[in-house]
Ligand binder design. Structure first.
Ligand code: SME
Length: 137
């Protein structure tokens, strides 16, 4: 089993666990920087298939986090102009960057079908998780 495959499997498992444990996490996935290109590519995820398999830096919530290096909590996606819709059911979103050795290498992205669902604890947990993930990838 290659190390790359092993990491993908771990990230897939993390998506499954979050999806199972938190009822208002309705799409949970990872995006990673595509080499030296200023774009994100879709990694492991759980939820509906998405058209957004490649996201240019700056575009949508994910693309904004790729350049801001900061967590972006969106209580109501309909109030965002720079937003890429994956599903008409999505009402809220949180994106947390994965910072490894000071570099923003990717992110976890969670969509919710509930308006304003994310708590301060969710944010803290996801930021902790992304720190842990940075250590294993
Ligand atoms: N809504 C995201 C695009 C990714 S999908 O939610 C899976 C955005 O605005 O960047």
């Amino acid at each position: 089993e290659s190390p790359t495959h092993n990491t993908e499997a771990k990230l897939q498992k993390i998506c499954q666990l979050l999806d199972q444990e938190i009822p208002y996490f309705n799409w949970t996935g990872f995006y990673f920087k595509n080499g030296d290109k200023e774009e994100l590519i879709l990694g492991p995820y759980v939820g509906a298939e998405t058209d957004h398999t490649v996201i240019p830096f700056g575009k949508g919530i994910c693309g904004q986090v790729a350049v801001s290096n900061e967590t972006f909590v969106v209580p109501d996606v309909h109030e965002q102009d720079n937003y890429l819709s994956c599903s008409i059911d999505t009402k809220a979103e949180i994106v947390v960057p994965i910072i490894k050795n000071g570099e923003n290498i990717g992110q976890i992205d969670i969509d919710s079908h509930t308006l304003n669902p994310f708590t301060a604890e969710d944010r803290e947990m996801l930021e902790w998780l992304c720190d842990e993930i940075a250590k294993i990838i």
